[in-house]
Ligand binder design. Structure first.
Ligand SMILES: Nc1nc(=O)c2c([nH]1)NC[C@@H]1CN(c3ccc(C(=O)N[C@@H](CCC(=O)O)C(=O)O)cc3)CN21
Ligand SMILES: CC(C)C(=O)C(=O)O
Ligand SMILES: [Mg+2]
Length: 278
């Protein structure tokens, strides 16, 4: 199992880090088989596998349900789990209880929290309590309502400087890694050079220490909206619909199942059952 120290060493050696989201047992198995460095049980599961139009409806219970399945599918992989909407914004006590449930019930290696400001002190307290924390800046989807949608962040110099300052504050609070989402690549370069901890980009250009994409986006699995920054490495929906259609047609035509898909009784048992009537 890789550790937070492995990822620090990879940054130092300029060895890029690969991360992909996983939401269930098979996506975890396939990603582990592909040798992906880190799995992210992202709250994007609300949009990609539960069909909501944002990550806001996702609960701690949802994250635990999916996180447990991902751990069963990838017992040897470093797993990061998102703390969902408003689960780390009220009291410090509730934040700590939510984090404890997520860590103890899913067997995750780290938790990810979006944003800066008041979140910085939550990060510090969690790290103090022994929870490895990943920060998340730029486009923070849990705040999409406030940001005015899923929009590129840090496009002007003052907003970009604030991102660098926030990233430094997250590192100072003890975070072991930072996800940087949907920012211009020049901003990613500044943040990545300013930090000692690895920066994992999504829609943030080449300059990050690693890259993350949503599993269903890079495989083109499902008919959801795919952001512009995604590269599609496979088109599995196409194959899956073709297979499903063929099954449907073969059932309708009574071409499935054939004898090789059926079970048979011994002749004497058939005889006993039918009493010679067959
Ligand atoms: N399927 C999926 N992939 C993701 O990467 C993802 C999610 N869902 N859900 C949670 C967040 C939301 N994310 C998103 C969603 C949409 C855009 C998007 O459509 N962006 C516009 C660009 C907007 C602009 O120009 O400012 C685009 O056309 O790609 C970006 C990030 C990233 N995350
Ligand atoms: C897009 C990534 C970084 C994420 O937070 C998620 O999948 O929920
Ligand atoms: Mg997320």
């Amino acid at each position: 199992m890789k550790t937070t120290h492995s990822f620090l060493a990879m940054k130092e050696k300029k060895e890029p880090i690969s991360m992909v989201t996983a939401y269930d047992f098979p996506s975890a198995q396939l990603s582990a088989a592909a040798g992906i460095d880190i799995l992210l049980v992202g709250d994007s599961l609300g949009m990609v596998v539960l069909g909501y139009d944002s990550t806001v409806p996702v609960t701690i219970e949802d994250m635990i349900h999916h996180g447990k399945a991902v751990r069963r599918g990838a017992p040897e992989t470093f797993i990061v789990t998102d703390m969902p909407y408003m689960s780390y914004h009220s009291s410090l006590e509730r934040t700590m209880e939510n984090a404890r449930h997520l860590m103890q019930q899913t067997g995750s290696n780290a938790l990810k929290l979006e944003g800066s400001g008041a979140v910085i002190e939550k990060i510090a307290a969690l790290v103090e309590a022994g929870v490895p924390i990943v920060g998340h800046l730029g486009l923070t989807p849990q705040s999409a309502g406030v940001l005015g949608g899923f929009k590129v962040q840090g496009r002007d110099a003052s907003k970009a400087q604030k991102l660098v300052d926030d990233a430094l504050a997250i590192e100072a609070a003890g975070a072991c890694m930072l996800v940087l989402e949907c920012v211009p690549h020049q901003v990613t370069k500044l943040v990545t050079e300013a930090l000692t901890i690895p920066v994992i980009g999504i829609g943030a250009g080449q300059e990050a220490d690693g890259q993350v994409l949503v599993y269903h986006d890079l495989l083109s699995y499902g008919f959801h909206h795919v952001p512009k920054f995604v590269k599609q490495y496979a088109t599995v929906s196409h194959d899956m619909v073709r297979g499903l259609k063929q099954f449907h047609e073969e059932v309708k035509a009574a071409h499935f199942p054939q004898s090789e898909h059926s079970f048979t009784m011994k002749d004497e048992e058939v005889e006993a059952l039918y009493g010679g009537k067959s």
